[in-house]
Design a protein around this ligand. Structure first.
Ligand code: HXC
Length: 265
């Protein structure tokens, strides 16, 4: 499918989604979220057997911005009802990223503000270039975060630090973002970052794709649960994975002192 505001390319089994509205610093209009919704749903449907990709990258077109937030101009004419639907659509996309059967790395170049920071946080983890800037500046506009930022930032960096960042609306530079656990690695250039993300995803998927999917599912589910509920989900999944081909192959290969050949099943 062709999209006006997104690019989607697959190379060596790694898909790259690029938000492509450079004139507005890739700001998330309703169109971007609708197209992203369609793309993610189609990907989820068609990639059940990993026939499209084994990993995904989310990034922004050009160097200056990953995503500079929700589209502020578009929001000036929204009613309360339309704004709620807009938030729900963006939130649905964050949940779609979390429910995909592949790991997703956000590759942040330049500004990841407001909705941009929120989309990055719904990926499995975040890489940044040395120019990457994060923040939830919504209160400067009389708004609050609406694509999950009031929930995910607290879970990632701790509630009190998240409040300090959100109430001030200040920029969080990439070094600080790494210190507080928002970013896992910093790169000199966008190209270097994308290459490293592709290499990492390819190498990682030589591990059992089925096991990675299960780890992702259980870790994301546990995020919303108490420790005992989360441990229960873990124990069930640990048991169920013994019926998988990958588990049988991985443990057998270890005993036979050879490399496993995983099918993702
Ligand atoms: C619409 C945007 C935009 C945005 C930038 N642009 N951010 N358009 N929505 N979020 C547009 C500008 O209007 C401008 O277009 C062009 O992109 C280039 O931006 P400049 O401001 O000229 O660039 P610069 O001076 O380098 O400043 C970069 C910036 C600044 C610091 C990132 O653009 C900025 O503060 N943007 C807004 C960041 C923000 O507040 N984000 C949170 C939004 S609220 P023209 O046509 O004038 O050249 C949000 C809520 C999420 O995200 C939840 C919703 C439910």
């Amino acid at each position: 499918t062709n999209y006006e505001t997104l690019l989607f390319e697959v190379e060596n089994e790694i898909g790259v989604i690029t938000v492509n509205r450079p004139k507005a610093l890739n700001a998330l209009s309703e169109q971007v979220h609708s197209e992203l919704n369609a793309l993610l749903k189609e990907f989820k449907n068609l990639n059940k057997d990993y026939s499209i990709a084994k990993g995904l990258i989310l990034t922004g077109a050009e160097d200056k911005a990953f995503i500079a937030g929700a589209d502020i101009k578009g929001m000036t004419t929204m009613t309360a009802e339309q704004a709620e639907s807009f938030a729900r659509l963006g939130q649905e996309n964050t949940l779609l990223f979390e429910s995909l059967n592949v790991p997703v790395i956000a590759c942040v170049n330049g500004y990841a503000l407001g909705g941009g920071c929120e989309m990055a946080m719904s990926c499995d983890f975040i890489y940044g270039t040395k120019t990457a800037v994060f923040g939830q500046p919504e209160v400067k506009l009389g708004l609050i975060p609406g694509f999950g930022g009031t929930q995910r930032l607290s879970k990632l960096v701790g509630r009190n630090r998240a409040k300090e960042i959100t109430y001030s609306g200040r920029n969080v530079g990439v070094e600080e973002a790494k210190e507080i656990g928002l970013v896992v690695a910093i790169f000199e250039t966008k190209d270097e970052m994308l290459e490293s993300a592709k290499t990492y995803l390819s190498k990682m998927m030589r591990n059992s794709p089925h096991a990675i999917l299960e780890a992702k599912r259980v870790m994301n589910e546990g995020n919303d649960l108490t420790i005992s509920e989360g441990l229960n989900v873990e124990a069930k999944a640990f048991g169920a994975i013994f019926n998988s081909d990958d588990m049988k192959e991985g443990t057998k290969a270890f005993v036979e002192k050879r490399k496993p050949v995983f099918t993702g099943k």
